[in-house]
Ligand binder design. Structure first.
Ligand SMILES: Nc1nc2c(ncn2[C@@H]2O[C@H](COP(=O)(O)OP(=O)(O)OP(=O)(O)O)[C@@H](O)[C@H]2O)c(=O)[nH]1
Length: 180
């Protein structure tokens, strides 16, 4: 997931550099490519990305758009702004997901998640883009009975980067880039 407004950051989060120069988006793509997945897709307005069919509907709007153009039975969804996500955690999600899917659960945040694309999921996503239903990832996962893996509050991995202050606190050695 690399769309949205990045309004708190004030610039496209996915193009922020990590120490060493790799961008958040490149890190996320590399992580997924190292897993036994059929294909990797980027949701959002990027080169080779899949733009939202109806912008402004949040991550589930992005997921609707991706699943409208790809033919797959299930998706593993990660946010671009959690650069410390690792293959071990994602492999655990894939392993522990049952027929209804599985999500890391941290506070009121449900990311990353693995989800079979049942007709129930597709109906829910359609309602999101048509403005008829709740947009939150948690609401979808509860609706389909996805397994929730509570993550300990101290787990740094879930420290997502939403603001310039969070970026500079996590990466003091990198100058905060001024423009996209
Ligand atoms: N495709 C798509 N992805 C989104 C959208 N909104 C958020 N995301 C992604 O979902 C994840 C969580 O995003 P948030 O931090 O909640 O929202 P944001 O729009 O990125 O940032 P804020 O405007 O500061 O809330 C990130 O990976 C975003 O790139 C959207 O409308 N479309």
């Amino acid at each position: 997931m690399a769309g949205g407004r990045s309004s708190r950051m004030g610039r496209d989060k996915s193009r922020l550099p990590l120490p060493g120069g790799e961008l958040f988006l490149e890190r996320a793509i590399g992580l997924l490519r190292a897993l036994p997945l059929a294909e990797v897709f980027v949701s959002g307005n990027h080169a080779d990305g899949i733009p939202d069919l109806i912008p402004g509907r949040g991550p589930l709007g992005g997921l609707y758009s991706v699943t409208s153009v790809i033919d797959t039975g299930a998706v593993l969804v990660i946010p671009v702004d959690m650069p410390l996500l690792n293959a071990e955690l994602l492999t655990r999600l894939l392993r522990e997901g049952e027929s209804s899917g599985c999500a890391c659960y941290f506070g009121d945040f449900y990311f990353p998640f693995w989800l079979p694309l049942s007709s129930e999921v597709r109906v829910f996503l359609r309602a999101v883009v048509e403005g008829r239903g709740p947009r939150s990832v948690g609401a979808l996962l509860r609706h389909v009975g996805a397994r929730q893996l509570p993550m300990p509050a101290c787990q740094q991995v879930f420290n997502n980067i939403n603001t310039p202050a969070e970026y500079t606190a996590n990466y003091p050695q990198v100058n905060y880039p001024k423009a996209n």
